[in-house]
Write a protein of this length. Structure first.
Lengths: 402, 402
């Protein structure tokens, strides 16, 4: 008998009809002869509504009490989902995070899973019950409820799959799987049958928004085979797993990220440690810097350009203004009319032609490149936002056309 | 240092403003140098809304899953109340039923408290924290969440007071305390300073609707001093405690209960065991019978009259109709245009004049008496519903006028 772990997000269980739909999906899997463990998120906007209630009373509430409050969201959805499965006539039990054995560290609102005590879970599976587990939550060493922060329910599902040695962990979402590019901006984009953990990690952080990085990292660590699928249809999804090194495809996907802004410090003093000084200051303020390029100095001055998330632009500019005496740049330029376009693929590590092919495609499409950054399995370029869609299509045609 | 246990019902915490109001009340008690433990119900209509959500999915959901669902209501209110107290700058922690050590039997939706493991509670009090406990809930031997049924939060508060040997258990409600009669129908009614457990039990079951009987029974068993007060003002409430036998007042209060219907079986066979036959049948159907009178038979036939809750009238009549062959009555009469009026007082056990004084008062007020029942500390009469208010005032004037 196989063990299948499934995860359903908040939109998949947002109302009674969706809950019944998910219940049927679960019982279909059970009927096919599998044991089934399900991790569920809070329904639709429940979490936001609870946060609103808290803010009305105390905008600076302790994180410990926030977790006590927010964890009710998943407790509501597990009980409702269990009731729906009862209605379909199958044996089922819902378990809160602590009942399912999730033990975390003490970092409220953003806790890390330390262990899962599977005794109760295993006992329920031995009774051939479908087990519905509250995602996103656990218990710390003080016996207090914690929540796992962003992407927490995905992480709960992967942790369950790892602890129970499940055959597969199916992540149900509102997209069909992982695509070679965003189908909304690239008509020739198609769904990938499979992808490696590392590729998925790059795609996730580049704005593909399918799986949270934490869950992919955990899946990689414990070698959990993931399947990303839609809860609204029966299409085969995309498998995320350890893919063998011999790749037929150099490139897996093209992504566009509009949440980016560029800042250029022109004519700063060309001395060692200048970059360290600037980026140390920015990091201290809690702002993440992504792409960085530095012009080759002439011994006197050089230019340093970098990108930040668009939402951090104002704070970054204010910080630079405050410290302009230290930075001593001739001019500070910026733009939020830019996008980051990236190609990802484990195959490119052994193939030097990928970056140049990408540049050629962009050149043919008359897309000007602002900045370039490369890693073993990705190449990112910064382009004008108006050109980004054209850039994605040009690159997709070059590397991924069928 | 004194230990005060307080209980706030759903209407007392129904919105952010009320929650802040309750928080100030709690911190006032704490500031006065007391340790404070608080039991809270779910906010306003939360429980009803959760039941509605469940019904939409599965009207026959298991009780175990209902408890999983409903227990979130109190978990929401404890965290919000704790946040409100944090805002006022006092040390506080919220605890679910299981965190507070409530262990119950396995009867979901109507569980009984078996023990309270006070280790965590005591540790929090030792840190001089205000402790906010989710009322109405506990954990059974399977580590599953249970709820305590009607009046559950009152019972939680009394159980906390008993387990922690509190100096007093203050039950905050929307009335000022326990009155000699319902002030809405009796202008001369006034608030009692104190009342015995037994008197309170009779008053509660007679429709005074202040405290649930389960909580009063537990308070009596563990000798917990109760104070019934309003959460909306600072008036002294009513103490419920072991009152010494020497009573200056014969009668404590007069109550009216409209939730009653009378059924008369006229001309049934006058044989031993007839009453047993009838009431056995009714009890088997889960219907509670209250007052019973039986006419003195003439050796051939007799009349049996009894009262049931008004909501049970139709079911009772249907049951009697089904079994009319067995009952074999000449005629079955019924009325729901009746009320039960009762006087309660521990003093009347040693004073035979109370019942006759009551009948005299009713006679003077031209109120006809349908049925009479007496116990050691109460006398109840059934009267026409239109006469009930007049009856309450006449009796109050006779025994309780100041």
């Amino acid at each position: 008998m196989k063990l299948v772990v499934q995860k359903y997000g908040g939109t998949s269980v947002k109302d009674a009809e969706r809950v019944m739909n998910v219940a049927r999906r679960i019982t279909d899997t059970y009927k096919a002869g599998n044991n089934v463990v399900v991790a569920v998120s809070a329904q639709g906007d429940t979490t936001d509504e609870l946060i609103e209630k808290a803010k009305e009373i105390n905008p600076d509430a302790s994180k410990r009490e926030m977790d006590m409050l927010l964890s009710t969201g998943e407790q509501i959805s597990i009980s409702l989902l269990a009731m729906a499965i009862e209605k379909l006539g199958y044996p089922v039990i819902s378990l809160t995070g602590w009942q399912a054995g999730f033990r975390t560290d003490t970092k409220y609102t953003n806790a890390r899973i330390k262990t899962i005590d599977t005794e109760r879970l295993q006992a329920e599976l031995d009774r051939r019950r479908i087990v519905i587990v509250a995602g996103f939550q656990g218990l710390n060493k003080y016996d207090d409820i914690t929540t796992l922060g962003r992407g927490g329910s995905d992480t709960s599902a992967v942790a369950l799959a790892a602890a129970l040695h499940a055959d597969v962990c199916e992540i149900y979402t509102d997209v069909d799987g992982v695509y070679t590019a965003d189908p909304r901006i690239c008509k020739s984009a198609y769904k990938l049958e499979e992808i490696s953990y590392d590729e998925m990690l790059e795609l996730a952080s580049l704005g593909a928004n399918v799986l949270h990085n934490r869950s992919v990292e955990m899946a990689k660590k414990y070698n959990v085979k993931l399947s990303v699928r839609s809860s609204l249809n029966n299409n085969e999804g995309t498998y995320v797993k350890e893919v063998s090194q011999v790749e037929k495809m150099l490139v897996r996907g093209v992504t566009r990220d509009n949440d980016v802004a560029r800042i250029s410090l022109c004519g700063v003093e060309d001395t060692p440690g200048k970059a360290f000084q600037v980026f140390g200051m920015v990091a201290k303020a809690g702002i993440s810097v992504d792409l960085i390029i530095q012009s080759i100095g002439d011994g006197k001055t050089k230019d340093i350009s970098f990108t930040v998330a668009e939402g951090d632009l104002d704070a970054t500019l204010a910080l630079l203004e405050e410290n302009k005496g230290i930075i001593n740049a001739r001019e500070i330029k910026w733009s939020n009319e830019v996008s980051k376009v990236s190609i990802v693929g484990a195959g490119m590590v052994n193939n030097t032609g990928v970056a140049s092919g990408m540049f050629e495609a962009l050149s043919n499409a008359h897309v000007n490149i602002n900045m370039i950054a490369t890693s073993e399995i990705k190449v990112s370029v910064l382009v004008a936002r108006k050109d980004a869609e054209r850039a994605v299509n040009a690159i997709h045609d070059k590397f991924l056309s069928k």
